[in-house]
Design a protein around this ligand. Structure first.
Ligand code: ADP
Ligand code: MG
Length: 258
């Protein structure tokens, strides 16, 4: 069975593309076949995150009816496939977004997961993204404007047939001013299924054009994303073994606190 999952947010810059590229890589590591689609047609950057921005055939060509979808699917070294979008401003024209559901549903049977990096969207754009998927992951930051916009997106998704899997809170710094998990769950009415910490390895991985789960597999963000991938796939999550130093520190802390 192919699961078609859209990563949606109301606000831009909250971490959609980072989540899509890393979830694709983490699911591939679990042995799943994954196709990641850059469905953010106006400001696409999945290809940039993954070093595949120069691909000759893009989703824009397919939506315009100039190319076959099969020619826009590229293998990534991390073990999943990607359908990139075009970075050219001229490609924004004559693109039929209404064809997106047709495209995603044509991939049924071709992978275990089809994951869409959607445009930050409210209104009609969110509806078209949600109609192209069966399941939705809502992503937000632990800040009021981002959560408020996430709520609007959730209200729109609820009008479609897509099922909301849960909320991912990204860039968690555990500062006093941040909204806590329980507060976010109260506001949104859905469980927070992952908290991805603020992690400097993420911008470093993006600069290296690699998913952070490959670039820095034991970094805190990588571990959170791998745990989320295992949760989604219904597979057990095995945390990486702690280093000798980390073990010693946690023993010392335990001893001081006891
Ligand atoms: P979106 O696709 O929602 O616009 P991106 O995934 O492109 O957001 O992320 C926006 C920026 O935030 C990226 O340039 C990345 O460096 C940074 N970022 C995302 N998640 C984290 C994180 N957990 N820790 C640190 N920086 C992050
Ligand atoms: Mg993006």
């Amino acid at each position: 069975m192919t699961r078609i999952i859209g990563v949606l947010a109301g606000k831009g810059g909250v971490g959609k593309t980072t989540l899509v590229s890393n979830l694709a890589a983490a699911l591939a590591e679990l042995g799943e076949e994954v196709i990641a689609i850059d469905a953010n047609l106006t400001t696409p950057n999945l290809g940039l995150h993954l070093g595949m921005h120069l691909s000759p055939v893009t989703l824009h060509d397919v939506l315009r009816g100039d190319s076959r979808l099969a020619d826009a699917i590229y293998p990534h070294p991390a073990g999943f496939k990607i359908v990139p979008s075009s970075l050219r401003v001229s490609d924004l024209y004559e693109v039929d977004v209404g064809k997106l559901p047709e495209i995603t549903f044509s991939l049924i049977g071709k992978a275990d997961y089809v994951i869409l990096d959607c445009a930050p969207s409210l209104g009609r754009e969110a509806v078209s993204a949600a109609s192209a998927v069966d399941e939705v992951l809502i992503i937000t930051n632990p800040e009021l404007p981002a959560v408020t916009d996430a709520l609007k997106t959730i209200k729109i998704v609820k009008e479609t047939n897509a099922k909301i899997i849960g909320v991912v809170v990204n860039r968690v710094k555990r500062r006093k001013y941040e909204l806590e998990k329980e507060k976010i769950e109260d506001m949104l009415g859905f469980p927070v299924i992952a908290e991805i910490p603020e992690d400097k390895n993420i911008p470093k991985a993006i600069a290296a054009k690699q998913p952070v789960v490959i670039f820095s597999p034991y970094s805190p963000a990588s571990i959170a994303i791998k745990r989320l991938a295992a949760y989604i796939a219904g597979k057990p999550f095995k945390p990486p073994p702690k280093s000798i130093t980390a073990n010693l520190i946690s023993k010392l802390v335990g001893w001081v606190l006891s």
